[in-house]
Design a protein around this ligand. Structure first.
Ligand code: NAP
Length: 292
């Protein structure tokens, strides 16, 4: 078994982006600038946004964090999005999800200028991905594709089983793995909560991409020898032996599945760090397109 080491690979990617920023600025361009809107104080969201801002600093991007109250109305939030759309100094921005109940997420996402949608959540970006056109690929699927690419994982003609069909992970991942290119050209099966015979389907997979959000959902008896496993799941599980009081658990039972797998991502240290690095890469692309 070989680890698909997201920590190491994401650091490589960040180093490359840092070099790219240096050259970009030396040529007289302004620094790429990522903004993030954070609504409320959800603990996980605060952690994720802070990690994104820190990553921006590390590669030499400018960053802005716009914190808004969780009582904000949908119209007020959309007005903030429109301000960022119009702000020439910002190349790309994200609205950290989830949003409070009074706000319909898709209304906010639809308000984002697709050219600044570095999270790749706007339908225009998803549509472009489906048509194999240039697009901002959502950061988690983009990170997975980068990881498969850097480890030269063979995907053509392979059976790839994607567990989960969310708009941010499972669905774009299934499109990317089935499209004509590399990584891609896989025969893809996408599973969800209505799927019957899920263990049998997973057993026939050459590549498994697990994004269901259920700790240890994929067990060794469900996988065949030599499988490539990408574990997207991150669930906080209570652990009193940890200072934080919890530990992060993936969708795949790592200890047993890793004995049969050819390649596998750890949790943490797999897909998570690749996601942030891919957001930086998307922002760099946005800055190049908007070069002033
Ligand atoms: P989500 O929106 O909750 O979607 C979960 C998907 O799993 C749904 O399609 C659901 O099916 C399916 N599912 C749930 N239980 C199932 C079951 N028993 N059998 C088959 N399918 C089942 O989650 P998400 O946003 O895609 O995230 C998935 C996991 O990835 C979470 O743990 C999340 O924290 C993690 N994540 C990690 C990163 C990262 O950077 N590493 C980024 C994003 C997400 P239905 O559609 O039928 O309900």
């Amino acid at each position: 078994m070989r680890l698909l080491d997201g920590k190491h690979t994401s650091q490589q990617l960040r180093n490359e982006i840092r070099e790219e920023v240096k050259k970009f600025v030396e040529k007289g361009n302004r620094r790429p600038h990522l903004a993030a809107i954070l609504v409320g104080n959800n603990g996980a969201s605060v952690t994720y946004v802070n990690a994104k801002i820190k990553a921006c600093e590390e590669v030499g991007f400018a960053s802005s964090l716009i914190r808004l109250s969780d009582t904000i109305s949908q119209a007020e939030l959309i007005a903030e999005v429109e301000k960022l759309n119009a702000d020439e100094s910002i190349d790309g921005f994200i609205v950290q999800l989830p949003l409070p109940d009074q706000i319909r997420e898709h209304k906010v996402i639809m308000a984002i200028d697709p050219k600044k949608d570095v999270d790749g959540f706007h339908p225009q970006n998803l549509g472009r991905i489906a048509l194999n056109m240039h697009a901002f690929v959502p950061a988690t699927p983009a990170g997975i594709v980068e990881l498969l690419d850097r480890y030269n994982i063979e995907t053509g003609g392979k059976h790839c089983v994607v567990l989960g069909r969310s708009h941010i992970v499972g669905l774009p991942m299934s499109i990317l793995m089935s499209r004509n290119g590399y990584p891609g050209n896989s025969t893809v099966t996408i599973c969800h909560s209505h799927t019957q015979n899920l263990p049998e389907i997973v057993h026939s997979a050459d590549i498994i991409i697990a994004a269901v959000g259920r700790p240890n959902f994929v067990t060794a008896d469900m996988v065949k020898e030599g499988v490539v496993v990408v574990d997207v799941g991150i669930t906080r599980v209570v652990d009193t032996t940890k200072k934080s009081g919890y530990r992060l658990v993936g969708d795949v039972e790592f200890d047993t599945v890793s004995k049969k797998a050819a390649f596998i991502t750890p949790v943490p240290g797999g897909v998570g760090p690749m996601t942030i690095a891919s957001l930086l890469k998307n922002t760099m692309i946005a800055a190049r397109r908007r070069k002033v």
